[in-house]
Ligand binder design. Structure first.
Ligand code: NAP
Length: 488
């Protein structure tokens, strides 16, 4: 182990950048591996038309670099991407990052992590930190005939910007946040759009006003900015309800349900269409897409909703479940991500040759979202059971990285690698699984659901997420001896 820990971070998205910044500030030796040619991760790869962040953007910033220049309350994706680049530049992170450097495998040997990149280079670290995110690996469905399609087809996170949509008929498959935003934007631009809706989703209609020049001026003054943020937080509770409605049944959940039904009534005058767009699944079991205008756009003459499962795909279009053919030039698969891939397909091998795939056989899990048994000195950011639905990512990272910095100080002080024990990890996972049935997340299959049928999500409040890290709980960890030569 070196005098100051050498830490290899995998991924330069929001999590990797934030960790790199905090670790660098603490004097650690940091190298970041990034397969892309720039920072941003999911905000670099997703650049479809209409992309906006769906939390109030002032809560989507790092406390260490506040911004007063967002154009809208929910800023366009391009502004988030620019913010992350600016963070990396201003915090001096670019020199730490090896771009175009994809990690193929990481293995624990003789008290260090050996990180091997796809170009065959090997790098050695005392600690590995995996910040590869969960919305990274596109999920493409297998639909009969899809390879025969002669138009252009791509996943929402691999947008083909060389394509002109003028005069083209576009089919969008998927009703999650990506599909809703794409249909709204293409529909507003006047393109001919068919939206394939297998399962109607609850959609929150939220206005997205521009931030005026006066507000931007106020946001430069910390006391006034604080006032603005408090006002927004209050507004959020008013429109979204208290955070606990998802976590336990009761009047708040019923009230939220009624609010959504009222909005459907206001937005869709045609009762037959309203019926088709009213979800059968309970509110909040899937992550709720937000849009100022999706329902209105869907009722435009240039936009056609098609309900139910798809039939098959032919060379010039999609045949729906009722046998009707929809002739198309373009198909956008807004069909989501393999959210449980996490660090895979990287090959990770921990102590005594145990692999990540063996550890996660059947179901993904973690200790407090950040650790794994048998993986000494390997830490995850936004890992399984992180509060990815309820807490804005920067706030989640503040909790996680704060805790990891305290753990790293212990590792450095004692010069001993550590990992959570299997028993402590099981206790953590059991607490989560016990609570999940009360939450809305457990009421349908969604992208949190793993192969064993468990929702991999934080089922407690935001405050409880922070509080779980109050104590280091070193009793939950076991040490992994260093080879004799390393101790000299
Ligand atoms: P998603 O929520 O997983 O939605 C996937 C959609 O594809 C669902 O509507 C699903 O229908 C449909 N689908 C999948 N396979 C299909 C098939 N064979 N035939 C027909 N439909 C099919 O994916 P996403 O929209 O990319 O969103 C994922 C997450 O990314 C979001 O929940 C959010 O956390 C994040 N996100 C955030 C933003 C933002 O902040 N602005 C924007 C985009 C995404 P079923 O429901 O029937 O399975």
């Amino acid at each position: 182990m070196s005098a100051r820990l050498r830490i290899g971070i995998i991924g330069a998205g929001m999590a990797g950048l934030y960790a790199a910044y905090r670790l660098k500030e603490s004097g650690y030796e940091v190298v970041v591996f990034e397969k892309n040619s720039d920072v941003g991760g999911t905000w670099l790869q997703n650049d479809y038309p209409g992309l906006h962040v769906d939390v109030i953007t002032r809560s989507y910033e790092f406390a260490e670099m506040r911004s007063s220049t967002w154009s809208k309350r929910y800023a366009p994706g391009v502004e988030i991407g620019a913010y992350l680049k600016s963070f990396a530049r201003r915090k001096g992170l670019y020199p730490l990052i090896r771009f175009g450097s994809e990690v193929a495998e990481a293995s624990w040997h003789d008290g260090v992590w050996q990180i091997v990149t796809t170009d065959g280079e090997t790098h050695v670290f005392d600690v590995a930190m995996v910040a590869t995110g969960f919305l990274r690996v596109p999920k493409m469905p297998r639909i009969e005939g899809m390879d025969d399609f002669r138009g252009t087809a791509f996943h929402s996170s691999r947008w083909d910007h060389s394509l002109s949509f003028t005069g083209k008929r576009v089919g969008v498959i998927g009703t999650g946040s990506s599909g809703i935003q794409i249909v709204s934007e293409l529909g507003k631009r006047g393109h001919d759009v068919v939206h394939f809706i297998r399962t109607p989703q609850w959609i929150q209609i939220k206005e997205n006003p521009s931030i005026s020049w006066l507000e931007k001026l106020l946001l430069r003054i910390p006391a006034l900015a604080k006032y603005w943020d408090t006002r927004m937080a209050r507004l959020r509770v008013k429109t979204d309800g208290p955070e606990t409605w998802r976590l336990e049944p009761g009047p708040d959940r019923d009230a939220a349900n009624q609010r959504f039904l009222d909005v459907l009534e206001q937005e869709i005058p045609d009762p037959a269409l309203r019926r088709k767009l009213t979800p059968a699944e309970p509110l909040g079991c899937k992550r709720i897409p937000k849009s100022p205008d999706y329902y209105r756009v869907l009722q435009r003459p240039n936009v056609q909703p098609v309900f139910g499962p798809l039939g098959h795909i032919e060379h010039d279009g999609v045949v729906d479940g009722t046998g009707v053919k929809h002739t198309l030039d373009v198909i956008v698969f807004a069909t989501g991500f393999d959210t449980h891939a996490y660090m895979r397909p990287m090959r990770i091998t921990g102590a005594n040759g145990v692999t990540l795939d063996e550890l996660w056989q059947g179901a993904v899990f973690s200790y407090r979202g950040v650790g794994l048994p048998q993986m000494p000195n390997l830490f995850l950011l936004n890992g399984p059971f992180a509060p990815i639905n309820s807490l804005a990512i920067p706030l989640c990272l503040r909790d996680e990285v704060g805790y990891l910095l305290r753990l790293l100080a212990v590792i450095e002080r004692d010069r001993t690698p550590i990992a959570p024990t299997r028993a402590a990890t099981d206790r953590f996972v059991d607490t989560i699984r016990e609570k999940l049935p009360q939450t809305t997340y457990s009421l349908c299959d969604n992208w949190y659901t793993d192969a064993s049928g468990t929702q991999v999500i934080w089922p407690f409040t935001r405050a409880e997420h922070g509080r779980q890290y109050d104590e280091l709980n070193l009793d939950d960890f076991e040490t992994f001896g260093l080879p004799v030569e390393a101790l000299s």
